[in-house]
Design a protein around this ligand. Structure first.
Ligand code: HEM
Length: 143
C-alpha cells in the first residue's frame, strides 16, 4: 500500500465510518447467510432490527474494527498491531465456524457500499483493493 493509497483509504473511510448501522444493514441485506450467523438477528426482517440498540451495538463493533485498522495503515511501525488485530479476528471467527468464503461475501458487499457512498473512482477502488488484499492475506493465512 503506497502512502497515497493509504491516504485515499483513510479519506474515503472518513466519509462513511459513522454510518455503522447502514453499513451492517446493507451487508445483511445482500447476504442472508451472514445475518443467519448472528443468533440475535437470524431470520428477522432487517427493517425490524435495524433501529434497535442491539443492532447498533453490533454494527459499532464490526464497523469500529475497520476504523481501528484504517487508523493504523500507512505507518510501517503499526504493521505488528495490524497483524495482531487481524489474527485475533481470524481466531474469533474461525471458532464460530465462519468460513473464509463468507468473509469474501462481506468484502464484496463492503466494497459495493463504499462505491455507492464515497467519492469513488479508479484510484480509490485500487487503493481499497490493495488494502483489503493485505487484510485478507493475513486473515486467511490464519485460517
Ligand atoms: C462478532 C468484526 C465478518 C459473524 C464480531 C466482532 C467484531 C467483528 C469486531 C465482535 C468481537 C468478536 O466477538 O470477535 C468483523 C469484521 C468482519 C466480520 C471486521 C469482516 C471483515 C463476519 C462474518 C460473519 C461474522 C462474515 C458471519 C458470516 C460474527 C458473529 C459475531 C461476530 C456471529 C458474534 C456476534 C455476537 O456476539 O452475537 N465480528 N466480523 N463476522 N461476527 Fe464478525
Amino acid at each position: 500500500l503506497s502512502a497515497d493509497q493509504a491516504s485515499l483509504v483513510k479519506s474515503s473511510w472518513a466519509q462513511v465510518k459513522h454510518s455503522e448501522v447502514d453499513i451492517l444493514a446493507s451487508i445483511f441485506t445482500a447476504n442472508p447467510d451472514i445475518q443467519a450467523r448472528f443468533p440475535q438477528f437470524a431470520g428477522k426482517d432487517i427493517d425490524s432490527i435495524k433501529d434497535t440498540g442491539a443492532f447498533a451495538t453490533h454494527a459499532g463493533r464490526i464497523v469500529g474494527f475497520f476504523s481501528e485498522i484504517v487508523g493504523l495503515i500507512g505507518n510501517q511501525s503499526n504493521v505488528p498491531a495490524l497483524y495482531t488485530l487481524t489474527e485475533q479476528l481470524a481466531t474469533s471467527h474461525k471458532a464460530r465456524g465462519i468460513s473464509t468464503a463468507q468473509f469474501g461475501e462481506f468484502r464484496a458487499s463492503l466494497v459495493s457500499y463504499l462505491s455507492n457512498h464515497v467519492s469513488w473512482g479508479e484510484n480509490v477502488a485500487a487503493a481499497w483493493n490493495v488494502a483489503l488484499d493485505n487484510f485478507f492475506f493475513v486473515l486467511t493465512s490464519n485460517y
